[in-house]
Design a protein around this ligand. Structure first.
Ligand SMILES: Cc1cc2nc3c(=O)[nH]c(=O)nc-3n(C[C@H](O)[C@H](O)[C@H](O)COP(=O)(O)OP(=O)(O)OC[C@H]3O[C@@H](n4cnc5c(N)ncnc54)[C@H](O)[C@@H]3O)c2cc1C
Length: 423
């Protein structure tokens, strides 16, 4: 009788946002894995606003879309006078990884092209997770569907159900800021005399505007507005009025008032976040990726890139454990060693921003505040780690540590030599 092949590792991915789709693409490359993706939505739809693809996102996505024509990364302007305060270049970044901005739907479609749709189950809202006596996880969905998996990947966003299972006491809170996301016809905006066709932040003492051409005659006008808890809309993606939006920017330049008046559609999103998680894994069988792993409110504008990096490191860490005959728990620990310090470093940066925002309250003039924001938040570029390098250092260090502990077990050495080239 032919020898039976070992059972595949059953991986359940919850959520088909950037994190879940990236994980599905990467897990599909592992021959020892059987993946299924569960998404609560009836159809895959992203909110129709923009998303920035920074150099780290490109490193992961490696696709060609579009970028600012003059190659700038982002421009910063005084919201009242329109004065250009800073225009950062990206000379140190290879041209193919220059930042781009696109409609979220474009990114989603690009990812979906590489996903095996037969593995994706829509209208599947995860409502319960139970650990079985064998360590597997039983999943129950709202429509009655059930499944059992060996590895559960929580890619279910900031309000993650998987995170509730891993960290039942974890709580999100309103940040005091609501995002406005609006779209206008690019032809209307670019006909305003002097309006820059650029990727631009417009700074003011309280609120910040962001404008960017998304091409195909779509121009994005987004904002972060301080709103007290009682004034903030509770639900996500609520229609708002152009007048309400404009009222928040009365002290901004006339050219921006004109741009706001051209808006066709505007929605608001109350922004929530939560404290840093101690670990991005739990139970020896659960991994949190994307927003589920670092519940922030788009502060760095690089959430999709972080989600891709999580998917990259997680799949390689699972392969690392599999190739050496270790339990997946060890792969999850290695994933955690790489990602948790990264997210803690992001939270440290945000703590610094909160301190400088507090000290700016003493400044009374619009222009002085805008200049101080430049000084506090934009002068020293945050140097992002290159995740591929961090990952390679981490698994080599873990191999070295284990070979000392094991006294270099012979059988393991063979597997290790065979497998290193794939990592
Ligand atoms: C105002 C704002 C601006 C931002 N700007 C940028 C930017 O410019 N660039 C950038 O890279 N990032 C940006 N981000 C962050 C980015 O949107 C997120 O980091 C990114 O969407 C996270 O992807 P994700 O897959 O982890 O989560 P999500 O995109 O939230 O996807 C989670 C998915 O899980 C599904 N789901 C949730 N619960 C369940 C359940 N129980 N069962 C089944 N399915 C479930 C949801 O329906 C959803 O499809 C911004 C965020 C905000 C709020």
């Amino acid at each position: 009788m032919p020898a039976q092949s070992p059972p595949k590792l059953r991986v359940g991915i919850i959520g088909a946002g950037p994190a879940g789709l990236a994980a599905a693409i990467e897990f599909a490359k592992l021959p020892f894995v059987e993946t299924r993706i569960y998404e609560q939505a009836r159809e895959l739809r992203e909110m129709g606003a923009g998303i920035s693809l920074h150099h780290n996102t490109w490193r992961m996505l490696d696709r060609d879309l579009f970028r600012p024509v003059d190659g700038h990364l982002v421009q910063h302007r005084n919201g009242r006078t329109g004065e250009l305060l800073l225009s950062t270049g990206q000379e140190d970044t290879p041209a193919r990884y220059h930042q781009a901005r696109t409609l979220r739907t474009v990114l989603q479609k690009a990812l979906l092209r590489s996903v095996d749709r037969s593995r994706l189950r829509l209208s599947s809202r995860l409502i319960a997770i139970v650990e079985t006596s064998t360590g597997a996880l039983r999943l129950r969905f709202e429509d009655g569907h059930e499944d059992e998996v060996d590895l559960l990947v929580g890619a279910d966003g900031i309000r993650s159900t998987v995170r509730k299972f891993a960290y039942p006491d974890y709580r999100l809170t309103y940040t005091g800021t609501t995002a406005y996301r609006a779209l206008a016809d690019a032809s209307d905006i670019l006909s305003i005399p002097g309006f820059p066709d650029a990727n631009t932040f417009w700074h003011g003492p309280q609120n910040r505007l962001y404008t960017c051409n998304l091409r195909n005659n779509v121009y994005e006008i987004a904002a972060r507005v301080r709103l007290t808890e009682d004034a903030a809309p509770v639900s996500w993606g609520q229609e708002a009025s152009v007048e309400d939006f404009g009222a928040r920017f009365k002290n901004f330049a006339p050219m921006l008032q004109r741009a706001i008046a051209k808006i066709k559609v505007v929605k608001t999103y109350a922004l929530f976040n939560g404290p840093r998680l101690p670990r991005v894994v739990s139970h020896g069988s659960v991994a949190l990726i994307g927003d589920a792993s670092h519940p922030l409110a788009g502060e760095f504008g690089t959430g999709a890139g972080c989600a891709f990096e999580d998917a990259y490191v997680l799949t390689r860490a699972i392969r690392w454990a599999h190739d050496r005959g270790y339990h997946i728990r060890n792969g999850l620990d290695l994933f955690d060693q790489v990602r948790t310090p990264h997210y803690h470093a992001m939270y440290d940066i945000l703590d610094g921003f909160a301190r400088s925002s507090e000290s700016r309250k003493k400044i009374t003039s619009f222009d002085d505040t805008a200049n101080q924001i430049m000084e506090d938040e934009w002068n020293n570029e945050i140097s992002w780690l290159i995740v591929e390098d961090v990952w390679h250092q981490a698994w080599r260090a873990e191999d070295a540590r284990r070979s000392v502990l094991d006294g270099d077990n012979d059988g393991e050495k063979v597997t290790r030599a065979e497998s290193t080239s794939h990592l």
